[in-house]
Design a binder for this molecule. Sequence first.
Ligand code: GLA
Length: 388
Amino acid sequence: MNLLSQLATSFQHLFGADPLLICSPGRVNLIGEHTDYNEGFVLPAAIDKAIYLEVGRRSDDNIHFVAHDLSRTHQGSLSDLMPTHTWADYLLGVIAQFRLAGHKIGGINCVFSGTIPMGAGLSSSAALENGVGFALNELFGLGLDRITLLKLSQRAENEFVGAKVGIMDMFASMMGKADHVIKLDCRSLEYTYAPLRMEGISVVLCDSRVKHSLVTSEYNTRRAECEAGVRFLQTYYPEIKSLRDVTMAMLDQHLRDTEPLIYRRCAYVVQENQRLLDGVAALEENDIATFGQLMYGSHEGLSKWYEVSCPELDILVDIARQQPGVYGARMMGGGFGGCTINLVREESLEAFTDQIMKQYKARTGKDTYIHVCKIQDGTHVVDESVTV
Ligand code: GLA
């Protein structure tokens, strides 16, 4: 039985009635990492790996969630929404934010499952949050727009789950458009869709199988280091609000010698924003070779200056860059594990897969998973005839 039939059967069996089926995708990010919470730019897209949720209204104020893959349930009530420090917090957090914002909702039943590997840095949490928010909006006829919904998801993760993540993951998952990347200005939330015209080139993810967690990782420390850099510079340039307003000249003059660690963190972010702008220009010219070089530059910065990589991710990039038909590779997402993103010529894909698997095993003792992704639409209601 395919995944969606299993979910439908499970929902029917537990709750009867006709639920709404939602698909909420994970994301990739081509370039622009750790820039979102510094009011910079990102270039993400939603992918064909997603969380699927069957969601129905209840006649009371109770909530009943079933994590189909984990065979776990959570039951509670709208009047008692406290963090559980489990997967249920991604759903509870969104419900709590809807209530705090004054949106009138009732109890729900929800059975979900998915094809996004957990802890692989593909934003399964943002997908889950967006999925339940999207369902609440539909089921209770709230009429909220997508930007409002994704901001509620981010607040759920920041306030309820306790991970101070930026807006990129929720934005990409909710706003994605098939065959397009999103150029997002995380300061103004202005965005444009750029067609991903990479004839004969695949977007390939190599999973280090090192699980990352943003709650316990150094993610929050990196944010604090960037904020410290901004505070230092504000004594010289009071108009600065974030690293978006900072130049390398300012950093060189005021931070390089006195605060070398903060300097490296901030310099990475300033340079990554520039790499993204150069990368977007290269994509417009269809110059994938230049784009690929910028990806290697991004990895180098993330690994050496921002220090959010890990040996396994460095090894994956190192192997990739030696393979024919590879334009670029870098670690993706928060870091400390998860996946690398690679641009690989289709005719080289088989040899690439073979070499990555063999050499990664030889150098780390670990297996890797390799996913070729398609760029898909953001969170949406699924027509019941679709099979997954
Ligand atoms: C995680 C966060 C995002 C972003 C990336 C790094 O995925 O959820 O907000 O900061 O890390 O670019």
